[in-house]
Design a protein around this ligand. Structure first.
Ligand code: NDP
Length: 268
């Protein structure tokens, strides 16, 4: 077998859900730099347009598609898959990244909140995977990467529903890896600890003391959490692991995950 020692993805089509901010945007940027044609989606048109502008400024528009789509809406996801096929042919890589965490304990999580969280975490993987699978199956190197959380293995009391849902998604990734292996579609995940992104910037806006800088606030957060590397991760650091799993360099890896938590995981 020839060595696949290359991150170049010139002939590949990559789809990143939630590609308009944070980890998804950094992943889209890296995939474009690696030569792929890239489609991103998000719900908010303004945020999507801003991301499209930033990506196009670096990579031009020929290899870029930005499509408004809520991954929880089956029709919209189907339309997104059709738009990718019409523009680029078929997808080789799907990054299931869209979503956010829910801060709540068991005591303050209602039935509706549980349902919403389980819906978001499972169907943000299920719907895009189902919609893009016929395209991925046609690829010689189909690959799905799910952006999951360390909470899947290390639950936190203040994020009870997110933790439980994330554990289910970790399990689902293993099942998908097995079921799709005969179709030559690999399925893996990254387990994120704390990475600087839109959701952390929103928490900073809501929680920081008057005049407190992001640097001071996030350093305090990293210290409080006991992150061994002493800081939050950068979105591109998550993107590096995602790119590896999506690329031919990970051609013999499926149904598993890479930890991107700065050493926060207590597991061996
Ligand atoms: P951001 O808020 O920066 O980015 C989230 C992206 O997802 C945005 O583009 C957002 O766009 C999009 N999105 C959210 N919901 C939907 C939806 N229903 N349909 C389509 N797009 C959607 O956050 P992150 O980069 O942090 O989050 C990326 C992933 O990483 C999420 O799944 C998150 O849970 C996970 N994660 C992040 C951690 C961190 O520390 N940053 C820790 C653990 C997991 P829009 O709102 O316009 O739809």
């Amino acid at each position: 077998m020839a060595s696949a020692l290359s991150f170049r993805l010139e002939d590949r089509v990559a789809v990143v859900t939630g590609g308009s901010s944070g980890i998804g945007l950094a992943t889209a940027r890296l995939l474009l730099r690696a030569g792929a044609r890239v489609a991103v989606c998000g719900r908010d048109r303004t945020r999507l347009d801003a991301a499209q502008g930033a990506l196009a400024a670096e990579a031009g528009t020929d290899r870029l598609l930005a499509h408004r789509c809520d991954v929880l809406d089956a029709d919209e996801v189907g339309n997104f898959a059709d738009a990718v096929a019409a523009r680029f042919g078929a997808a080789d890589i799907l990054v299931n990244n869209a979503g956010e965490g829910r801060v709540s304990t068991f005591a303050d999580t209602t039935d509706e909140a549980w349902r919403a969280e389980l819906d978001l975490k499972f169907f943000s993987v299920i719907r895009p995977t189902r919609a893009f699978l016929p395209q991925l199956e046609r690829s010689a190197a189909g690959s799905i990467v799910c952006v999951n959380s360390l909470l899947a293995r290390q639950p936190e009391q203040h994020m009870v529903a997110t933790s439980a849902a994330r554990a289910g998604v970790l399990n689902l990734v293993r099942s998908l890896g097995t079921e799709l292996a005969p179709k030559r579609v690999r399925v893996n995940a990254v387990l994120i600890g704390l990475v600087d992104s839109g959701q952390w910037r929103r928490r900073f806006q809501a929680q920081a003391a008057a005049g407190e800088s992001w640097e001071a606030w996030s350093a305090g957060l990293a210290k409080g959490k006991g992150i061994p590397l002493g800081r939050l991760g950068q979105p591109q650091e998550a993107a590096h692991a995602i790119l590896f799993l999506a690329s031919p360099l990970a051609s013999y890896t499926t149904g598993t995950f890479i930890d991107v938590s700065g050493g926060l995981s207590r597991h061996v």
